[in-house]
Design a protein. Structure first.
Length: 192
């Protein structure tokens, strides 16, 4: 945790005065340079984010692309509560958060970057014929397969994808001056 704080402080130190926001990306329009995200209401506890602040925020990525880490991947699966078997997704049609109950059918833990199981599939895998959804949670390092109600299978496939978490620095709330892809940035490497 100390390295994370040092990296974050060093990253912000060169920024001058401004503000920071973070959230999960639900849409990324690369050609237009726009990222839409759901902000984290629990930002002071990075180990337990709560992506639940509505409405979604849309920002321009930094004009200088060197001030941006890896391009973010979008997804609308915001929270996965394995213990209570509930998921929270952003329902783009309704413009709201939706809690969905699921039945867990399989789970593989300890799956990290470079694992053959990740290279074999592009997640999420929505198998409507067998009524199963398989996702990968990078935060939990877990591949999970579960079923949901018939109504939920009508949702778009990206409803079951976990989008990248990003943190950005800004002065103008509509334009990021710096943007870090927290999901795809190895903070231990960045601290070296």
């Amino acid at each position: 945790m100390k390295k994370t704080a040092v990296v974050l402080f060093a990253w912000l130190a060169g920024c001058g005065f401004g503000r920071v926001n973070q959230g999960q990306v639900i849409e990324y329009r690369q050609a237009e340079g726009l990222v839409t995200l759901i902000s984290d209401s629990n930002y002071r506890d990075p180990a337990h984010p709560r992506f639940d602040i509505l409405p979604p925020v849309t920002i321009h990525v930094p004009a200088d692309r060197r001030e941006m880490g890896p391009a973010p991947e979008a997804g609308k699966l915001l929270q996965l509560d394995r213990r209570n078997r509930r998921a929270v997704i952003f329902d783009s049609r309704a413009g709201s958060l939706r809690t969905v109950a699921f039945h867990l059918t399989a789970e593989q833990t300890g799956v990290g970057p470079g694992d053959a199981r990740l290279r074999a599939n592009r997640f999420p895998v929505v198998d409507r014929a067998h009524k199963a959804i398989t996702i990968y949670s990078p935060r939990d390092r877990t591949i999970m397969t579960f079923s949901v109600t018939e109504e939920c299978f009508a949702l778009p496939d990206d409803s079951w994808k976990i989008g990248d978490e990003v943190r950005y620095y800004y002065k103008d709330p509509q334009r990021a001056l710096r943007l870090m892809n927290v999901t795809k940035t190895d903070l231990n490497e960045a601290a070296k």
